[in-house]
Design a protein around this ligand. Sequence first.
Ligand code: PEP
Length: 258
Amino acid sequence: MKMRKNIVAGNWKMNLTPAEGVALINEIATFNPAISGNNQVVFCAPFTHLSEVNKAVASWGNAKVLVGAQNCYYQPSGAYTGEISLDMLMACGVSAVIIGHSERRLYFAESNELLRLKVDAILAKQLMPIFCCGEPLEIRNANTQNEYVAAQLQESIFHLNAAEIIKVVIAYEPIWAIGTGVTASTQQAQDMHAFIRSLLADKYGADVANEITILYGGSCNAANAKELFSQADVDGGLIGGAALKAESFVAIINAMNG
Ligand code: PEP
């Protein structure tokens, strides 16, 4: 039986005002989606929304619904204008942090090396890193996606020991599928997830690999979530556009196995 967590995480990106975000969570709660057992839901909101989002999540009253951030800085404090520390995030009720989203790699030049520092800092605070990886279209077209994703993992998270890596959630997001309406086929998603799990098994052993949650991201929506999540190595999703509407996000939550 599968013991690892299933997670549906909504990545709001730079969308919604704080009031709109709170209204969205309240609306989602009225649908009363089943979130129990091994299933969790995470709302990854902009920094400015986190305190209000945390209150809305608290009033929902389901311990399996969490607040997440979309980024962090790894230093604890200091002269880093515009950056946000993990203590600041924790003070707003954050328990998960997305790192290495392809938009941050592309527009803000985040490197595998920087992400390695971020993952260490997040784990040191006992928070859940949601580590994003995934290849651009030209790499997929050249059929070198496995090597590309393997290097991302090796350079950013494979320095961790087994007790640490088991706490990392990996989100595989093929860049050509993010926000494009083009979803990876269930077979493409499963193949990459199985490959990632095989890399984890080679390094940490099968028991550790089987504990690690691997999410799919890239135009996952209400219509395709069930089929994607039914794949053996797909443990939920990191959801962009479809996380901004209650009906679609609830349908995706309800598509989680568990
Ligand atoms: C994302 O940004 O992580 C994402 C998967 O976006 P979308 O669902 O809109 O493709």
